[in-house]
Write a protein that binds this ligand. Structure first.
Ligand code: FAD
Length: 514
């Protein structure tokens, strides 16, 4: 072989130009690596999803006539990627190593160390051919350590790629954003309409056995069959199912939460994030398919399709830009000086707070929670209770099947924890129990009383919310989106204010008991 091409576990893009030609002198390396499996404690279903997707990708490449070196943990043992690469280049007298641009800073640093050596082989990084926004344009659109708003970026992307834009160059339907049509609660009568999610049933017993044999630590519920998509065909099937069954209500119930049905964990969400992040499917293709479905199906209105396009063309590309422009500084940010430990129920779901128990419980069961659960339930709780952002990041990075640092970190540290002081969010996403009651049915069967603020049974979020708002008043009162909230606080008498703050302190001091 003259060339080694390295494929990472999140670079399973069969449409990459690498694979357009067959060259018997090119060897493709794809491997399970101990350091990748352990840099954070991953959910067991996430480990299985990546390992199985890697295995299937290697098989498909071989079937297509490429030369493939597929290594499992049994072959690589404790070796790093660098060690695996060098042992192969020596073994085969390889002159040239090609790498696809990685999405994570950690891996790019490893690659830079390789590419700056002057030895043989020569290292070369090529594009991963996945995102819509070219990597080299990130510095033009994003500014380090400065707020850049998603909405602004998203409009540019709509125009640039001519997505949902009419003949006059205006947004289709007359509005750029239908966010305010995305806030419906699920009523009891809506629950029976929620379609059962499309779940795959991939046998992963051999992977569970291997993961255990190599003593890879993990969290969450192990299942012998994996429900996540692991090939591009799976991803296409999941996308087709989404367009037909879920898109008609996607925007409408995007922010809703329930624990009243067996489909509560996924609702109308696409669950395409793993397939997208592993690059089994391209964002361009997902957007195109969803827009075709909208054009062909009169049950899908503009608010549904726009809400979906915004997530992928807007948020997903935006957080990638924010990540790269702010790394490595992003991972040091702690603007609110949060220093407490993550409570132990994040690892077992055992809390009396129904909202938290539901979001954490389903995360442990499925390696998945939808956006509002991540942002407004677990994220909000961590922010109000001042959990150290590093610990919050580790939890999110480990538990979700779709968690890769480039997308996890800006969402967690930035959007949900406000630890970047507002680069991403124009205000902290802080919420009391009334938000939970408005958007979910969690409060109905909760141990705590959502209407109460100070009693022993009062919803902890109520007092914690006010403690947070009062503590950061100087900073937040200037913000026009929240300044007026302080009027509600000031109206209360001192005894009430004191009781609320006292209850909040009790909750913080006894956080493990909540
Ligand atoms: P859908 O609701 O069906 O949305 C469609 C697609 O839009 C998703 O698949 C995803 O690719 C994209 N998308 C939606 N929201 C976002 C967003 N805020 N940022 C980037 N892409 C978005 N997403 C990840 O992919 N990996 C993560 O590690 C991750 N960590 C998060 C941590 C926190 C604290 C929060 C608040 C959000 C996080 N998200 C993350 C974003 C979002 O919650 C998930 O992308 C989404 O829940 C995945 O489920 P879905 O595919 O059913 O999404």
């Amino acid at each position: 072989y003259h060339t080694l091409r390295v494929i990472l576990g999140d670079q399973l893009n069969a449409a990459h130009s690498w694979f357009k030609k067959h060259d018997q002198g090119v060897l493709y390396l794809i491997a399970e690596l101990h350091p990748e499996a352990t840099y954070v404690t991953h959910h067991i279903q996430k480990l299985c999803a990546f390992f199985l997707a890697i295995e299937r990708f290697a098989d498909a490449l071989k079937e297509n006539g490429h030369q493939v070196c597929y290594l499992t943990l049994d072959d690589t043992l404790n070796q790093s990627l660098e060690e695996v690469i060098f042992s192969l280049t020596e073994q085969h007298d390889i002159l040239r190593v090609e790498l696809q641009r990685p999405d994570e800073y950690r891996v790019l640093a490893q690659y830079h160390a390789l590419t700056t050596t002057n030895s043989t082989p020569v290292f070369n990084i090529v594009d991963s051919e996945h995102f819509l926004l070219p990597f080299n344009e990130i510095p033009r659109l994003f500014h380090a350590k400065n707020p850049v708003r998603m909405e602004h970026f998203y409009r540019k992307m709509r125009l640039r790629f001519n997505i949902l834009i009419d003949d006059q160059g205006q947004p289709e339907g007359g509005q750029w954003n239908y966010d305010n049509a995305n806030r419906n609660k699920l009523k009891t009568k809506d629950l029976t309409d929620i379609p059962a999610p499309l779940c795959f049933q991939h046998d992963v017993t051999h992977l569970l056995e291997r993961i255990q044999r190599h003593q890879i630590p993990s969290i969450g519920q192990a299942e012998s069959t994996l429900l996540w998509p692991v090939t591009s065909q799976d991803a296409l099937n999941l996308l087709a199912f989404f367009c037909e069954q879920l898109l008609p209500n996607f925007g409408r119930f995007q922010d809703a939460m329930t624990n009243q049905t067996s489909h509560s964990w996924s609702l109308y969400h696409s669950r395409l994030s793993f397939a997208l992040n592993a690059k089994l499917i391209s964002p361009k293709h997902v957007i195109k398919a969803a827009i075709s479905a909208y054009q062909e199906n009169e049950n899908i209105d503009i608010a549904q399709i726009e809400g979906f396009v915004r997530q992928i063309l807007g948020w997903r590309e935006y957080v990638r830009g924010m990540y790269w422009i702010n790394m490595p500084d992003y991972q040091q940010q702690n603007a609110l000086n949060a220093e407490r430990d993550l409570p132990s129920y994040f690892w077992n779901g055992q809390t009396k707070m129904k909202c938290l128990a539901s979001a954490i419980g389903q995360s442990l069961d499925y390696a998945y929670a939808h956006h509002i659960q991540r942002l407004m339930v677990t994220g909000n709780f961590c922010m109000l209770t001042e959990v150290q952002p590093e610990q919050v990041d580790k939890w999110y990075l480990g538990i979700y099947v779709d968690a890769l640092e480039w997308v996890e970190l800006p969402n967690t540290r930035g959007m949900s924890q406000f630890a970047d002081g507002g680069w991403i969010a124009s205000k902290p996403y802080a919420a009391s129990g009334s938000y939970m009651q408005k958007m979910s049915d969690y409060c109905g069967n909760c141990h705590y009383k959502v209407k109460e603020k100070t009693s022993e049974e009062s919803c902890p979020l109520n007092s914690l919310y006010w403690r947070f708002m009062v503590k950061h008043r100087q900073h937040l009162a200037k913000n026009h989106r929240i300044g007026m909230i302080y009027g509600n606080w000031d109206k209360q008498d001192d005894t009430q204010k004191h009781a609320v703050l006292e209850r909040a302190e009790w909750c913080l001091d006894n956080i493990e008991l909540l």
